[in-house]
Design a protein around this ligand. Structure first.
Ligand SMILES: [Fe+2]
Ligand SMILES: [Fe+2]
Length: 197
């Protein structure tokens, strides 16, 4: 009797596990991206949210230190990063995945000087480009051409983002920080434009 009971239990557990497995498989069938790609995209959503908050922090620092044009520039950058975040978020959902609303913490609020803000901005953009390249490499490996096509927009966008960050830092070299230098640099930051042609 005892043996039969145990047997029933094992059978019941097995059926439950099987059901769970089938449910999981069904959910995956509905999802058009792999678990790995979904994880990478969710990590990217978090990185874009982090970028958006970091630029907001830079905008605040610039405003409080009298660099109004740069404050404006970083505010716009912050908005752009939010758009990037939502673009990725929507893609994950459209592909039947689970888009995760990210927690963002550890945002730098104090900067040693005006130049450091731009150095940090360039460093952050280079890291983001690398991150997209890693996702693209994974897509190639998996032959996920649909996500690859989606990522092309971001890879192109990074060209512009890195250009602008580099150009801003160049202003420190070209104009120089002495005298009214920083004031001049600030005036030029908002005029940085990228055109492909
Ligand atoms: Fe971005
Ligand atoms: Fe960016």
């Amino acid at each position: 009797m005892q043996i039969n009971y145990k047997h029933e239990q094992i059978h019941f557990t097995f059926v439950l596990l099987l059901k769970h497995r089938i449910m999981k498989d069904l959910m995956r069938i509905q999802c058009l991206i792999s678990q790995d790609i979904e994880t990478l995209l969710n990590q990217q959503i978090k990185k874009e949210a982090h970028s958006s908050s970091l630029y907001l922090s830079m905008s605040s620092w610039c405003d409080q230190n009298g660099y109004d044009f740069s404050a404006d520039y970083f505010l716009k950058q912050s908005e752009e990063e939010r758009v990037h975040q939502l673009k990725l978020f929507k893609y994950v959902l459209d592909m039947g995945g689970n888009a995760i609303s990210p927690e963002v913490s550890g945002i730098k609020t104090d900067f040693a000087g005006f130049r450091e803000v731009f150095e940090d901005a360039l460093e952050a953009e280079i890291a983001i480009t690398q991150s997209f390249k890693n996702i693209a490499a994974k897509c190639h490996k998996e032959q996920d051409f649909v996500t690859m096509e989606f990522l092309n927009w971001f890879l192109k966008e990074q060209r512009e983002e890195e250009y602008k960050a580099r150009r801003a830092l160049e202003l420190f070299e070209v104009i120089g920080e002495e005298g009214t230098g920083r004031w001049e640099i600030d005036k030029h930051v908002n005029k940085i434009n990228y055109s492909e042609a």
